[in-house]
Design a protein around this ligand. Structure first.
Ligand code: HH2
Length: 301
């Protein structure tokens, strides 16, 4: 039974309603991922959670607001951002991860492109590695994740954040992103990452302009045909419907609408900076879908 399919060209696609992560935790799908950036310079929340106590408080608040998983990052990957050495990334992250391990009830993932950072986080209980470079940055990443039997998000990008804007050139963004994600999946499988641990993400805003983002969202079912759960990170990103359609996090209604559309088009996980509106919107989606699976008489009863 399709759990989060729709009439949007999803015929023939199978969607699951749960995802078992590398550490055995189970995510109910569609899931809301709350973002915690332990950085001085992230786009949306840079500088707010550099100290471990505010970081922990924010993670717990996101959990209370309905986040099913918390994604923790120690390096900004916004366009133009410079690389942060692994030692500095770890210095930022470790005190936060230690607190999350003790206090968080939901699982957490580590948003990093670097194998040593991923390994340290996995040792502290991270369920999943979120690599926005799709294994393109650190040659040791695939083996590190495979050995840990962790879940792995393969994000699509081209080049590194400081140069990716100039790589945003596509004849067909949807098919090219799909093909490049398929190549990343092949690399992960070859390194021994189990098939059922892989998640793909078209990488909104990564080597993409607003029009590319919009095309990818509008044709998300094509990305779903890769056969892996799809994650989307739309909040804080630009969609190419003119200047009015930026998706700043404080524009909650716009953001919730984008998350709902992504889920109706097959997204399994939505990555958001403010989980409450997305979690509430998805609760409504689930209730309507449950009703849709009943006969019309039952719904009226
Ligand atoms: N976007 C950002 C960071 N990590 N991971 C995945 N899988 N998908 C995304 O779309 C994604 C991501 C960028 O957003 P943010 O974390 O707010 O900014 P920064 O990279 O500046 O910390």
């Amino acid at each position: 039974m399709k759990q989060h399919g729709s009439e949007f060209a999803l015929e023939g696609l199978e969607f699951r309603d749960t995802l078992v992560l590398g550490n055995g935790a189970t995510l109910r799908l569609p899931a809301v991922m709350g973002v915690l950036n332990v950085t001085p310079d992230s786009f949306t929340d840079g500088g707010r959670y550099l100290d471990p106590e505010p970081a922990l408080a924010h993670a717990l608040a996101m959990e209370n607001a309905g986040a099913d998983i918390i994604d923790v990052g120690g390096e900004s990957t916004r366009p133009g951002a410079g690389a942060v050495p692994a030692g500095e990334e770890l210095r930022r992250l470790l005190p936060v991860l230690e607190r999350l391990r003790e206090r968080l009830r939901v699982p957490f993932s580590i948003d990093t492109r670097k194998a040593p950072v991923a390994l340290a986080a996995l040792r502290l209980g991270a369920a999943m590695v979120n690599d926005v470079s799709g294994l393109g940055f650190d040659p040791a990443m695939a083996a590190t994740v495979a050995q840990a039997r962790a879940s792995l998000v393969l994000g699509h990008t081209r080049g590194t954040p400081d140069g990716m804007a100039s790589r945003a050139e596509y004849a067909d963004p949807v098919e090219e992103v799909r093909a490049e994600l398929a190549a990343a999946v092949a690399r992960a499988l070859t390194a021994g990452v189990p098939r059922e641990r892989i998640i793909v993400d078209p990488g909104f805003g990564f080597a993409k302009n607003g029009q590319h983002n919009l095309a990818l969202l509008a044709h998300l079912p094509r990305i779903c045909t890769l056969g892996y759960p799809v994650m989307v990170g739309l909040s804080g990103k630009r969609l190419g419907i003119g200047r009015a359609m930026q998706l700043p996090e404080h524009r909650l209604a716009r953001n919730a609408a984008a998350q709902v559309m992504a889920v109706l088009m097959g997204a399994a996980i939505v990555r958001v900076h403010e989980p409450a509106p997305a979690a509430e919107a998805l609760r409504v989606v689930r209730a309507i879908k449950t009703a849709a699976q009943m006969g019309t008489a039952e719904v009226h009863a």
